[in-house]
Each structure stands twice: as structure tokens, then as C-alpha cells.
Design a protein around this ligand. Structure first.
Ligand code: FMN
Length: 133
């Protein structure tokens, strides 16, 4: 699930990207940045980003699958960190989110499991951080 808050050329709203079908579908139109903040543990990074992703999967049937799903979500997060930097943006992993809000309330699917979140946006430089080079 992707909260598109401010991305040139893409209407703001909530989108669902299916990896299986390689398709992006808009499921809600409008400004959902507050919902994105709330769903992600009331953290500003949900709202202030260009877009925020909440990765979900079908609930695993076997216990070991839970571990594999988390590995996969983590790898996707690392790719997003690198891709964001490569495009002169920044990313931030989100490990704190309200599972049921994402799966049951927004995606309306009790069989989904929320795994990991990620926000991407323009960096705000903290001048107090000293550069060594
Ligand atoms: C799995 C994972 C979950 C994270 N969850 C959050 C989060 O919920 N909120 C947040 O502000 N940062 C989150 N972060 C980002 C970290 O707080 C931190 O900024 C990042 O690991 C970089 O560390 P550094 O800034 O000390 O180099 C997460 C990072 C990872 C890898």
C-alpha cells in the first residue's frame, strides 16, 4: 500500500501495488497524509514524505514463512534506501505502525499481515550534524 502525499505527476491518494500482477491501482483519492502519519505510529515521517509505503502480505500458513516474509520486506527496504539516495532523495524504514489499521481498516482484508513500512522524500538537513569531510 502506498500513501502518495506529494509526487509530481501522480495524483495524491492511497494506492495498492500488486507485485504479482505488477500493477498499481489507486484505491482512495485525496490527501491521506494524516492517515499515513497515524497509521505509522503517529510519526511525522508518514505525513511529510513524498510517499510512504506499508508492505503487506497474505498471512503465512507456516511459522517459518513469517521469517522469510520479513527477510523479503527488509531487502525491499534496503533497495528503497539505495534507490532514494541514488535519486538524491532520502528514505527511512518504518518499523512502528498500527497493523490492523493498515490491513483491516484501509485495505479491508483480515487475511493480510502488515510487515514493514518505508518513507521516501526530500531530505531536511540538520545543521547541528557535523560533517567530517
Ligand atoms: C527495520 C527498521 C525500522 C525502522 N523504523 C523506524 C521508525 O518506525 N521510525 C523512525 O523514525 N525511524 C525508523 N527507522 C530508521 C532508524 O531510526 C534510523 O534512522 C536508521 O536506521 C539510520 O540510522 P542512523 O540515522 O543512526 O544512521 C527504522 C530503520 C529500520 C532499518
Amino acid at each position: 500500500m502506498i500513501f502518495v502525499n506529494r509526487v509530481d505527476g501522480i495524483e495524491e491518494g492511497i494506492y495498492y501495488f500488486s507485485r504479482k500482477e505488477n500493477s498499481l491501482t489507486q484505491i482512495h483519492k485525496g490527501d491521506f497524509s494524516e492517515a499515513s502519519k497515524f497509521a505509522n505510529c503517529i510519526q511525522d515521517l508518514g505525513k511529510d514524505s513524498a510517499f510512504t509505503i506499508n508492505m503487506v502480505s497474505q498471512k503465512p500458513k507456516k511459522e517459518y514463512e513469517y521469517k522469510l516474509l520479513n527477510f523479503e520486506a527488509g531487502i525491499i527496504g534496503e533497495v528503497l534506501y539505495l534507490e532514494a539516495e541514488a535519486k538524491n532523495l532520502r528514505g527511512c524504514g518504518i518499523g512502528c505502525f498500527f497493523d490492523n489499521l493498515i490491513t483491516e481498516e484501509i485495505l479491508n482484508n483480515v487475511n493480510y499481515l502488515a510487515l514493514y513500512g518505508f518513507s521516501v522524500g526530500s531530505p531536511k538537513t540538520d545543521g547541528r550534524i557535523v560533517k567530517l569531510n
